[in-house]
Design a protein around this ligand. Structure first.
Ligand SMILES: Cc1cc2nc3c(=O)[nH]c(=O)nc-3n(C[C@H](O)[C@H](O)[C@H](O)COP(=O)(O)OP(=O)(O)OC[C@H]3O[C@@H](n4cnc5c(N)ncnc54)[C@H](O)[C@@H]3O)c2cc1C
Length: 362
């Protein structure tokens, strides 16, 4: 029997595995895919993700293909170049990022098996993980199987809302010369945005996401064409963004997309996945791991509520009304860069950001 089984080998599962290996815990990763595997993603890493990676002992520089110190923000009220002290978005390819983290964990002694988990069953003393090929047993399980999560469904703990996002790796020379900037375009899609993140070798991660469900393939293709790029294969996935009130049951902890931790404002989920994976594994130091995990993840679950409010302001009030009809937008405010810098740097919670904005308005 293992001490810990981690189901899923994305950023959440890999961060959990790294921490578990450092704690000397006998851990097994089960993933239905083999690395390198495709995962629809912009691969954008914020400064807080880089800071967390360093804490986990990871040097991500070998998987970062581009750094955006400038971000071109397009709104109905005009376009603005935002300049940041530290690159606001570092761009990676997800298959490389995930493989890199996975290899670090396996090199540190974590075991791996390629199997698809069908469900988990908890008993008072252990958890049985029922895979397509075999049954595995552990004292604790970390569900890091993304969205929609089989582990979450088994234990009846699921995110409450999902956004959708679609991307492709486009190639060529974009018509607009953006230099090294990343583009965030809030005029392309309702309740979301389109992005262009430069990669190496003349390639670009171009995509769009929205809180509203819909078929967005043609919208993305026309955006890629307007940029003057040649589209690649379009792939999409859910981004769960409203977590439930609790993150665990007696012996199972949910992390990352399985829990619905993605940021409802930006769609960022890599940081939240790594952070929750690391905290879940760290909780094994406590005699009651799941209770401890629930207690430390609560503040993040609560801040997600404040982030939802900010999302309503950005996509409802600003994008749909102020910038469209009155041609004013919060993105042109001098304080906007500073607040975005602090939130993406992990120095300000959404709760404190809301307070800061209200204070500055008063
Ligand atoms: C188009 C798009 C663009 C995005 N862009 C960004 C971005 O630029 N920056 C950012 O921070 N976030 C972005 N996100 C969000 C980010 O991709 C996710 O939040 C993040 O991948 C969550 O990590 P995770 O480890 O929880 O899950 P995942 O990365 O989804 O990993 C889950 C793992 O579990 C495995 N698995 C699933 N089911 C089973 C099963 N039954 N049995 C065994 N294994 C299983 C999968 O094979 C996979 O390896 C984007 C999302 C989308 C869809």
């Amino acid at each position: 029997m293992y001490d810990l089984i981690i189901i899923g080998s994305g950023p959440a599962g890999n961060a959990a595995a790294l921490v578990a290996s450092r704690l000397g815990v006998r851990a097994l990763i089960i993933d239905k895919s083999k690395h390198p595997r495709v995962k629809p993603c912009g691969g954008g890493l914020t400064p807080k993700t880089i800071a967390l990676s360093r804490i986990l002992g990871l040097d991500l520089s070998e998987v970062i293909e581009h750094e955006c110190g400038e971000v071109l923000v397009v709104t109905h009220a005009g376009s603005f170049v935002m300049r940041f002290k530290e690159p606001m978005i570092r761009v990676s390819r997800r298959e490389r990022l995930d493989e890199f983290m996975f290899n670090e964990a396996v090199n540190n002694g974590v075991e791996y098996v390629n199997d698809e988990v069908l469900r988990v069953r908890e008993t008072p003393s252990k958890v049985e993980v029922i895979g397509r090929s075999s049954v595995y047993e552990a004292k604790w399980v970390i569900g890091a199987d993304g969205a929609p999560s089989r582990v979450g469904r088994s234990i009846g703990v699921m995110p409450r809302s999902n956004a959708v996002a679609l991307m492709n790796i486009a190639s060529g020379n974009p018509i607009i010369n953006t230099g090294d900037a990343c583009i965030l375009d809030f005029t392309r899609i309702k309740w979301g945005y389109a992005w262009l993140f430069p990669l190496s070798h003349g390639e670009y991660d171009v995509g769009l996401g929205s809180a509203l469900k819909g078929r967005y393939s043609n919208l993305l293709l026309s955006y890629v064409n307007e940029l003057g790029l040649k589209p690649g294969r379009l792939i999409g996935h859910l981004i769960p963004y409203r977590p439930p009130n609790s993150a665990s049951t007696r012996r199972v902890m949910l992390t990352g997309d399985a829990l619905g931790l993605a940021d409802p404002v930006t769609g960022e989920g890599i940081f939240q996945a790594m952070m929750s994976g690391a905290l879940a594994a760290l909780s094994l130091r406590s005699s009651n791991a799941t209770e401890y995990y629930d207690s430390i993840i609560t503040s993040y679950l609560r801040d997600n509520q404040y982030a939802l409010t900010v999302a309503y302001v950005v996509y409802g009030l600003d994008s749909q009304f102020l910038s469209r009809f009155l041609k004013i937008t919060g993105f042109s405010e001098p304080g906007a860069v500073r607040i975005i810098e602090k939130v993406t740097g992990g120095k300000l919670t959404y709760r404190d950001a809301v307070k800061e904005v209200i204070k500055s308005m008063i």
